[in-house]
Design a protein around this ligand. Structure first.
Ligand SMILES: Nc1ncnc2c1ncn2[C@@H]1O[C@H](COP(=O)(O)OP(=O)(O)O)[C@@H](O)[C@H]1O
Ligand SMILES: [Mg+2]
Length: 188
């Protein structure tokens, strides 16, 4: 039996998906530009050595510009690779956006895992977390597989920054005990 929380989450996911579908490619590009600018100027970004970014789905804010900036500044850049069978998220360092990535499941670009060591969540300084929805106070709604909740479960001291378009910000998001809270939200 699905819990009341899960039913509410599913309804909210549907609502946000519809909002995202209404955004044009140009709107999403401009919004991503603003988000990248805010992210690169953020203190947490400027002071972090090991940063986990994400490679965007077509509906998500595109952080390529921030990734490029981080690489250029000599920071350690990590990207997630998902293991659909076990619903585990693993992260690997990349040094070059073109050479070290390949298309993974769901056509999301993933790090070529043989090229680098796998990092633990706890050793990262900053994790940029994608999501379908966030509240201003840091609650997060993912796509329903719990990848980030599982990955971040033991990353208490790691700064967690949710990134999303304004349209994805919700007044309320139902949460279960396993839902990991974000420290901050960046939006356009
Ligand atoms: N820390 C965890 N340990 C074990 N299972 C987890 C953990 N976090 C999440 N899950 C599982 O993942 C499922 C999806 O989580 P949910 O929060 O609904 O998805 P999402 O965060 O992607 O929106 C949960 O029903 C739960 O069974
Ligand atoms: Mg969750």
């Amino acid at each position: 039996m699905p819990s009341k929380t899960n039913i509410l989450k599913a309804q909210l996911r549907q609502k946000i998906r519809l909002k995202l579908q209404r955004l044009t490619a140009v709107q999403k590009k401009n919004k991503s530009l603003k988000i990248n600018r805010k992210l690169c100027r953020h203190r947490a970004f400027k002071t972090a050595v090991k940063i986990l970014f994400y490679a965007a789905l077509p509906s998500e804010a595109d952080l390529k510009e921030s990734i490029r900036a981080a690489l250029k500044q000599g920071r350690q850049v990590y990207l997630p690779s998902i293991k659909p069978k076990t619903h585990q998220l693993e992260v690997f360092r990349i040094k070059n956006l073109h050479k070290d990535l390949r298309p993974g499941p769901f056509s999301i670009m993933e790090p070529k895992r043989y090229r680098s060591r796998r990092a633990n969540a706890a050793e990262l300084d900053l994790v940029i977390v994608p999501g379908l929805g966030f509240t201003r106070l840091g609650r997060r709604l993912g796509r329903g597989a719990g990848y980030y909740d599982r990955f971040l479960a033991r990353a208490h001291r790691v700064k967690k920054m949710g990134v999303a378009y304004r349209e994805q910000i919700c007044a309320k998001i139902p949460a279960a005990a396993h839902d990991v809270q974000m420290d901050e939200i960046i939006t356009d």
